[in-house]
Design a binder for this molecule. Sequence first.
Ligand SMILES: *[C@@H]1O[C@H](CO)[C@@H](O)[C@H](O)[C@H]1NC(C)=O
Length: 173
Amino acid sequence: MAKVWQTALVSLTICLSSLLCLVEATQDKFIVEGKVYCDTCRVEFETKLSEPIKGAFVNLECRNRTDGKSISHTQDVVTDETGVYKIEVEGDHEEEICEVSLIKSPRDDCNDPTELWRKSRVVLTSSDGVNGPHRFANNLGFMKRELLPECTQVLTEMGYYELEEEVGHSITP
Ligand SMILES: *[C@@H]1O[C@H](CO)[C@@H](O)[C@H](O)[C@H]1NC(C)=O
């Protein structure tokens, strides 16, 4: 019994002398969360017409920051009925570039890969000052093959066409 207490006391002393002890203990494992949408207006950002996709496949890959070579990737993970996925990752990846990628869409009418909405970078290290194991990735999405008729209305409300026009004017005076 005395031995057990002694061990506990030593551990406690080590932990108190270094606050990192706690952080390291809880963060050698991360849970990456994000959401996959069907981009029903083919604009590569979220609108109120975007639909969460259930059954989409994503995975997470970490690459060497210097030479870009793949170091590890997880198995494919599937989104639930709200389009949300969770990927568990072991270890600290401070020296690596980690990204969640869209792999496959279950919808034949919405499987067009997007350029902007295809990958999302996540920082997986306990030294970034974020507490806890959860890390949130930006939304990802596939484009619908044919955009919904309501898109014109919704994009007008969002000021999308005005913006497009403004950009157009500044480019061609
Ligand atoms: C990353 O690549 C560089 C250059 O090839 C190499 O020196 C380094 O050991 C690699 N790091 C890891 C973690 O593989």
